[in-house]
Design a binder for this molecule. Structure first.
Ligand SMILES: [Fe+2]
Length: 191
């Protein structure tokens, strides 16, 4: 069954994110959905044609993770925007404080991860085996995801996520992102 691009136009008007930036970002996201479907369909056709052992098949198989993660991470990202505050007495706030020493330390680590040179994503992951929270740097879309962990908070730090509004000032974009986190969504992802 093919994937369908979701409609995130309700985010237009978010403080600190221009309409132009958001519309460009939605278009990029839609491209990942289209390409995920294309890659899956092509791989399926190649398999049925007896071409599964070819280098072309192998390269397309490698490509699948990049397109799929590009699609899914954008969905997580758009869905964790919308400015709802963290419940300071809730389970997630307590766990952040327990694992990082304090909420402030967690935020410092997440922001420093997002400020790293390179293009990719910063993701707060929870390891379901012990509940531990760790901030990960994801290179491009598909490198360094911790297997089996649950993504809770996702921040896009590809240049297209901020350059239209902030130029090279990535830190200012990260501040705007933090002002707009929908913590209700993030808390709902905790298992
Ligand atoms: Fe993006």
């Amino acid at each position: 069954m093919a994937y369908t691009a979701k409609d995130y136009s309700a985010l237009i008007g978010l403080p600190g994110f221009s309409e132009t930036l958001l519309k460009n970002h939605f278009t990029l996201y839609q491209g990942y959905v289209t390409n995920t479907n294309k890659v899956l369909d092509t791989l399926d056709a190649m398999l049925k044609d007896g071409r599964a052992g070819t280098p072309e098949y192998a390269e397309l198989k490698r490509r699948l993770g990049w397109e799929f993660d590009g699609m899914r991470l954008h969905e997580f990202y758009f869905e964790n925007l919308g400015a709802r505050s963290l419940n300071q007495g809730g389970a997630l706030a307590k766990r952040l404080a327990a694992d990082f020493g304090s909420y402030e330390n967690w935020e410092k680590d997440f922001k420093a991860t997002g400020a790293m040179r390179g293009i990719g994503w910063t993701v707060l992951y929870q390891d379901p085996t012990n509940g531990k929270l760790v901030n990960f740097w994801i290179n491009e879309h598909d490198a360094s995801h911790p297997a089996g962990c649950t993504p809770l908070l996702i921040m896009d730090v590809f240049e297209h996520a901020f350059m239209i509004d902030y130029g090279l000032k990535r830190a200012d974009y990260i501040t705007a992102f933090f002002n707009n986190i929908n913590w209700n969504t993030v808390e709902g992802r905790v298992k």
